[in-house]
Design a protein around this ligand. Structure first.
Ligand code: S3P
Length: 233
């Protein structure tokens, strides 16, 4: 396989897929290399002969799959694609909170404070945890609230999408919707939060490191990890 061009190597922000570049790409080998680097994941399905038996996996899932991890770890993007692969509903706890509050997460932090937000978050996650098999993307700090951690660990399969702070920042793009990153140095804030939260994320049943993975490859890694966790025959 050809190596991906230098400017596409390394960490690639998942959301920035260059539409013009897509049209210029000629060879299948180049397409495949770009898909693996993360840039072209939107048009190249990930295929791998070591993939688990999806039908057997679906049968073995008896509770929600909850994705946890720092802001920018890919919980929403990977979660949505994972749900598609497993033919399960997808719920994003932040989106549920915004829908029921009628205002944005940033506004909730500004108007009511973080503690109130954590209560709304716990309630949204509790509702999802009771809803049977589905994929749940949680807010980055959810598992750091003890009651929320307990309900996640007892009622869902918790999957930690782990990544380095530099990777997280490159995937976040705009910090406007992340009130905790409205600081002078968002990278330093991410480093600090990641360090303080490591023990909470460590409660997850499954850990998948996503730094060099495209979204499609991250989904595949989660499926494989889930398959071994559930010991699907
Ligand atoms: C938060 C992460 C955000 C959102 C809120 C707080 C956190 O969600 O819940 O801004 O504490 O890390 P994402 O992880 O989806 O960005």
């Amino acid at each position: 396989m050809n190596a991906a061009p230098a400017r596409f190597q390394g960490i690639v922000p998942w959301r920035r897929v260059d539409i013009r570049r897509r049209r210029e790409i000629a060879s299948l080998a180049e397409l495949r290399a770009l898909a693996m680097s993360g840039t072209m994941h939107a048009i190249m399905p990930y295929s791998d002969s070591s993939m688990p038996d999806i039908a057997a996996l679906i049968k073995a899932i008896d509770r929600p799959l909850a994705l946890v991890g720092m802001m920018g770890s890919g919980k929403s993007l990977v979660g949505r694609r994972l749900a598609q692969r497993l033919a399960l509903p997808f719920i994003d706890s932040d989106a549920e909170i915004e829908k029921s509050a009628g205002i944005t997460i940033t506004e909730i932090f500004e108007l009511a404070g973080e503690d109130r937000f954590r209560t709304l978050e716990r309630n949204a996650i509790s509702d999802a945890a009771d809803a049977g098999p589905l994929v749940l993307s949680t807010g980055g700090g959810s598992i750091c609230t003890p009651e929320t951690a307990t309900l996640l660990c007892e009622r869902t399969i918790v999957i930690w999408l782990q990544a380095q702070p530099e990777t997280l920042l490159s995937r976040i793009g705009s910090i406007s919707s992340r009130p905790l990153l409205h600081t002078d140095d968002p990278l330093a804030t991410l480093r600090d939060l990641a360090e303080r939260r490591a023990a909470d994320y460590g409660k997850a049943h499954i850990t998948v490191t996503t730094d060099k993975l495209s979204a499609a490859a991250a989904v595949a890694a989660v499926l494989r990890a889930l398959d071994s966790h559930l010991a699907v025959p």
